[in-house]
Design a binder for this molecule. Sequence first.
Ligand code: NAD
Length: 339
Amino acid sequence: MVKVAIVGLGFMGKMHLGIYLNKLQDVKVTAICDENINSLNIKNLASKGNIKISEGVVDLSGIEKYKNYELMLKNGGFDFVDICLPTFLHKNAIIKALEANYHVFCEKPLALTLEEGNKIMEKVKETGKLFAVGQCLRYWPAYSAIKKLIDKGKYGKVSYAEFARFSATPEWAWKSWLLDNNKSGNAALDLHIHDVDMVLYLFGRPKSVRSAGVFWQNESIAHITTIYRYNDKLVSSTGGWICTKSYGFNMRAFYILKEATIELDFSKSPIVNIFPNKGKPYALTLAEDDGYYYELKDFVKSIAKGRLSGIVNVETAFESLEVCLSEIDSAKTKKEIFL
Ligand SMILES: NC(=O)c1ccc[n+]([C@@H]2O[C@H](COP(=O)([O-])OP(=O)(O)OC[C@H]3O[C@@H](n4cnc5c(N)ncnc54)[C@H](O)[C@@H]3O)[C@@H](O)[C@H]2O)c1
């Protein structure tokens, strides 16, 4: 049985807690930590956020509860730490857990800057502990099923792909940290990075990025659009959180291959539709759960086996951060950034 401690019981921490307690086998939550542990209503998992999380009541008996992260690491009783803290706290929390000899799963994005990312990467290599970041689209059935189709080459090469992520402004976070560029990197780093990661996972590193943004107070990017330069295809993505509250949230993608056009749209049912050159259009049948479930399942399995599956690692997380920061740079300088 793999044992886990969770730190940060906000939107994502509750999501992970619900998955470990109600859905995954072979894993036991032995400790949870939040600076507001005493006032949190974590028996009821319903929480504010732009995605519906697994709701329901959880039984927290037998789980150690902490306000102090260092004390939790010192007392131990778990194999890995699942870090669901705000992004500006990731680097220190990761390094402390690795130094205390724990494996680590951390929510995306890896960190706020390349300097922080490099320090994390060095520590992962130095300690040899297993480390993964929540690059959840790689595990999301709609996206991973399309990747499988592309990789198999069933419909030939991709000539065009676009990705989109639209959200209302996230006003629900702890102390409004998401709306503070110095703490979250605004929508460019917090939200759009999902699509950056999917572009890299599908097509590898582009030669350059060219971006434009909708700025808040002339300094941070609340919506970003990017063109990724590849020799043989046109790829773009757009995403941000300036939509109206009543719009909520949606994610979309569109792919043109030689022998089929593919549409992914979470506001539609079915979500993924294939329009082939030959034969009738059809919908893909997708695995039932979401990317959060499959990414945690994969990491728990990795711990039991003693090695990562290879879908995500510190390098993949670092590269997503690097490309996303280059996009921010491009939007600010109005220049194409070569990678
Ligand atoms: N993969 C995804 O789709 C996805 C979605 C949302 C958030 N995230 C990521 O998850 C992370 C957390 O975001 P969130 O939306 O859950 O934030 P949140 O504001 O909902 O929750 C943060 C929690 O951390 C706690 N906290 C703050 N400082 C602490 C400390 N020093 N010690 C212990 N607890 C502390 C707060 O009390 C709060 O409960 C971020 O990195 C975010 O980017 C990922």
